[in-house]
Write a protein that binds this ligand. Sequence first.
Ligand SMILES: CC(C)(COP(=O)(O)OP(=O)(O)OC[C@H]1O[C@@H](n2cnc3c(N)ncnc32)[C@H](O)[C@@H]1OP(=O)(O)O)[C@@H](O)C(=O)NCCC(=O)NCCS
Length: 152
Amino acid sequence: MHELVLPGHANALGTAFGGTVMGWVDICAAMAAQRHSRMNVVTAAIDAVDFFAPIRIGHVVSLKAMVNHVGRTSMEVGVRVESEDPLTGERVHTMSAYLTFVAIDADSRPSEVPPLALATPEERLRHAEAQARRRQRLALAGERRRLAAEHR
Ligand SMILES: CC(C)(COP(=O)(O)OP(=O)(O)OC[C@H]1O[C@@H](n2cnc3c(N)ncnc32)[C@H](O)[C@@H]1OP(=O)(O)O)[C@@H](O)C(=O)NCCC(=O)NCCS
């Protein structure tokens, strides 16, 4: 997916708002999850992200999403974001993010998704790394739920 950074996307410094970029990341990743599952999906979680470099007005944002892992009803999608100066072609890696989507049925209940076909060693490695992240993510989410319940 590509986006051109316009003044409405930017702050007073002339660089894109982080929230605007996150919105594009969410949409790009959702399309990948939807195309894998062929179902409606909701964003369940977005892992912590770091913005490495600003993206200037007039630059092109290029987002590439890939489904790394599929659970029973959830999918981890990785998104790599690069900005490109359209006048020079210079590209900079500005951020990466991991998002978890859950496929839902017509009653908004989590619904089983098809498995991922892992064809190459790179895809198998990506899948194993995603599985490790999933374990950590669910442990942290459980801890947050426990803390929130304590403060209710
Ligand atoms: C995401 C949602 C459907 C999960 O519902 P739930 O009742 O917790 O469902 P389950 O416990 O059956 O879990 C379903 C899947 O979600 C995963 N999941 C749930 N919470 C998660 C979290 N915080 N992080 C990562 N995965 C999560 C579970 O691991 C499970 O995956 P699996 O089937 O592959 O093992 C529900 O919390 C929801 O609708 N949230 C709001 C989503 C939304 O509106 N997003 C837009 C932002 S406003």
